[in-house]
Design a protein around this ligand. Sequence first.
Ligand SMILES: CCCCCCCCCCCCC/C=C/C(=O)SCCNC(=O)CCNC(=O)[C@H](O)C(C)(C)COP(=O)(O)OP(=O)(O)OC[C@H]1O[C@@H](n2cnc3c(N)ncnc32)[C@H](O)[C@@H]1OP(=O)(O)O
Length: 361
Amino acid sequence: MQILTPHVYWAQRHGEIYLRVDLSDAKNLDISLQENHTLQFRAQGHGAKGDNEYMFSLEFLEPVRPEVNHKSTQRQVDIKLKKQEERWWDRLTQQQKKPLFLAPDFDRWLDESDAEMELQAKEEEKINKISVESRVRTDPYLGLKRGYLFMYNLVQFLGFSWIFVNMTVRLFILGQDSFYDTFHTTADMMYFCQMMAVLEVINPLLGLVKTGFFPAMIQVAGRNVILFVIFGSLEDMQNKPVVFFVFYLWSTIEIFRYPFYMLACISTEWKLLTWLRYSLWIPLYPLGVVAEAVAVIQSLPIFDETRLFSLPLPALLGHSLSFSYTLQLYLVLMFLGLFINFRHLYKQRRRRFRSRKRKVQ
Ligand SMILES: CCCCCCCCCCCCC/C=C/C(=O)SCCNC(=O)CCNC(=O)[C@H](O)C(C)(C)COP(=O)(O)OP(=O)(O)OC[C@H]1O[C@@H](n2cnc3c(N)ncnc32)[C@H](O)[C@@H]1OP(=O)(O)O
C-alpha cells in the first residue's frame, strides 16, 4: 500500500482551528500532537487515490492546546483544536508557503470581522440567556402566575367558544330567526365571561401581564355597559337582532385571543394564531363598535319612555333627566375609545411583527 496525502480543508475562529480531512470510512486513526505545535495524522481510508494509507503533518503558526478532538464519519474526519492564545492567525502553518494538500474550508470559512461578529452574537446570546434565567430565578411565583393566567384564559376560551358554537349552530338551523333569541340562549354565559373579564383590568395593575391598564379598562367597561346596562336592563332590547351581531363579533375575536394567551403562558407560539390575534381586530373592532352604537341608539327611545335610570330633577327644572342623554354622551366616548384602542392594537401589531422579523433575520 502506498502512503499518500489526503486533501485537508481548514478554517479558524478566534479560539479554534477546524480541520476537515477528505477521507471516507477512515480506520486505524492515529492523530497526535507534538510539543503543542505539530499535528501528525495517519489513517487508512478512501481518499482521492482510492483505498490507501494516508498521512500528513502540519506545523502550526502558533501553539495549540494539547487536547485534540476528532470525529470520523462516513465521509470525512473532522478535527478541532483549541488555540493556546485566543487570537486571529494570519495563516495556519509556520511555513509561509501553503502546503499543496491544504485549502480553505469554505463551508466554515469566516474572515476576521465576520468571526468577531459571530463571537459577539454568541456573547449576546449568553448574556440574554443568563438574564432570562436570573429573571426566572428571582421570581419565585412565576409558575403560580402562569398557572393562574393559563386557567383564566382557558375558562374564557371555553366560555366564548360555547357562545360562538351555540350561535353558529342556531344560525345554521334557524337562519334569521336565531337573531331574535340570542340573548335568552347565551346571555348567562356572556354575563359570566364579561364579569370574569374584569380580571383583565386587575391583571396589569398587579403586574401579571404587560397590557396597558387604559386599553383594557376601555375594552371591559365598554362591553359591560352594552351587556349589563343596554341589554341586561331593557327587556325590549333583548330580542333585537343587534344582540346577535354584538355577541358574534365579541366572541369571534376571543376564540383566537385567549388561545394565543394560553400558548404565551407556556412559551409557545403558533404563527397562524398570532397572525389571527393581531389581524382579526382590524375588521372586527370597527364593526363591533358600530354594532354597539346601533344598540345604544335603539335603546334611547326605550330609556326615554321607561324613565329607567333617569336623574330626578328639582320641580323647577322639570320631571327628570332621561338616561338617554348620558348615553348620547357615551356614544361620543365610544368612538374616542375606538380610536384609543385601535391605535393601541395597531402598535401591538407592529411591535409583534417587527420583533418577529428581527428574530428571523
Ligand atoms: C367609565 C366608562 C368609560 C368607558 C369608555 C368606554 C368607551 C368604550 C369604547 C370601546 C368599545 C369597545 C367595545 C369592544 C368591542 C369589541 O370587542 S369588537 C370585537 C373585536 N375586539 C377586539 O379585537 C379587541 C380584543 N381585545 C383586546 O385585544 C384587548 O382587550 C386589548 C386590551 C384591547 C389589547 O390587548 P393587550 O393585552 O394590550 O395586547 P396583547 O398584545 O394581546 O398583550 C400584551 C402582552 O400581555 C400578554 N397578555 C395579555 N393578556 C394576557 C393574558 N390574559 N394571559 C397571558 N398573557 C397575557 C400578551 O401575551 C402580550 O405579551 P407579549 O407577547 O410578551 O408582548
